[in-house]
Design a protein around this ligand. Sequence first.
Ligand SMILES: [Zn+2]
Ligand SMILES: [Zn+2]
Length: 311
Amino acid sequence: MRVTFLGTSAGVPTRARNVSAVALRLPQRGEVWLFDCGEATQHQIQRTDLRLGQITRVFITHLHGDHVFGLLGLLASIGLAGAAQPVELYGPAGLKDFVHSAARTTRTTLGEGLNINTVRAGLVYEDAEFTVSCLPLRHRLQSFGYRVQERDRTGRFDVERAAELGIPAGPLYGRLKRGEAVTLPDGRTVEGRTLCGPDIRGRSVVYCTDTTYCENSVELSRGADLLIHEATFVDEDAHLARQSTHSTAGDAARVAREAGARRLAVTHVSPRYAPGNPVEISALLRQARAVFPATTLAEDFMTIEVERKWD
Ligand SMILES: [Zn+2]
Ligand SMILES: [Zn+2]
C-alpha cells in the first residue's frame, strides 16, 4: 500500500499545492483508489506515474468544491478513454445528484460502469483482502472519514513440517494454510494453525478531512498505520479553525496520539501559510510534532509507503 498526495491545499490551490486528492495504490492488484477529487486532480495524476485507467474506486469525504470539482473532468476522461472501466464512487447523499446534474447539463457521457454509492456510518466496501469503513466527522457540511483496512492473513505455511508429519500434498494443504483443523486419511487430526507462522497483520490507512477534532476521528483511526488528517491552521489560529469547523496542527496530532496511530500525515493546509505570507508553514509541522512526533507535513506528489508492522 502506497499513498501519494495529489493535492494538499485547503479551499483554493496555490502555486505549490493543489486542492484535495489522495491516491492509494494497491500494487498487488494494480489498482488505485482515490480519496477526494479537487479541481485539476487529473492534471496532477498526469504528473505522476499513475494512470487514470487504474482508478477503480473513488471515495468522497464531502461535497465542498475543493473536494469534488475535479470529479466531472476525471470521470469524463475515463469515459472518453472508451474502456468500459467500472468505477465505484462513494460519498455522502447529494453526490449522485451533483454528478448526474453536472453530466446532464454539460452533455457529458459517463462510463457505463460508473456506480454511485451513498455511504452511511459503517462498512462501505469489502472483498477478500480489504474492508473500507467510514464514520461521520464534524464539519459544517456532512463529511465522512474513511478507513481502509487490509485483512489479517495466516502466516507462512511450513511445508517441510507438513511433509514430516506425512500429510499428503494437495487440497489438504490449502485448508491447513487457512488455519483449519483437518482429519487425515489415517484418522489423525492436525490443527492448521500449528503449521502456520504468526498471523500477518493487515495494514490500515485512515483519511479524515474536513473536520474539527472529534471522537469519531479517534475511533476510526485506532491503531492505524497511517493517519492522514487535515490540519488547516496553526495553533495560534484556533479561533479560525473553530469558526470554519477545521482542525489545527495540535488537533490533528491529538487524534493521532489518542488513537495510537503509528504515523500521521497532515494535509489540507490553509493558503494563508503559503510562501511569502507572514506565518511560515514550518510552524504547523513543529506544533503537530510537539504532540505526536511521527508526523509528516504532506506535500503535493509526496509518496508514503505504508509498511507492515512486524511484532
Ligand atoms: Zn476542504
Ligand atoms: Zn469542507
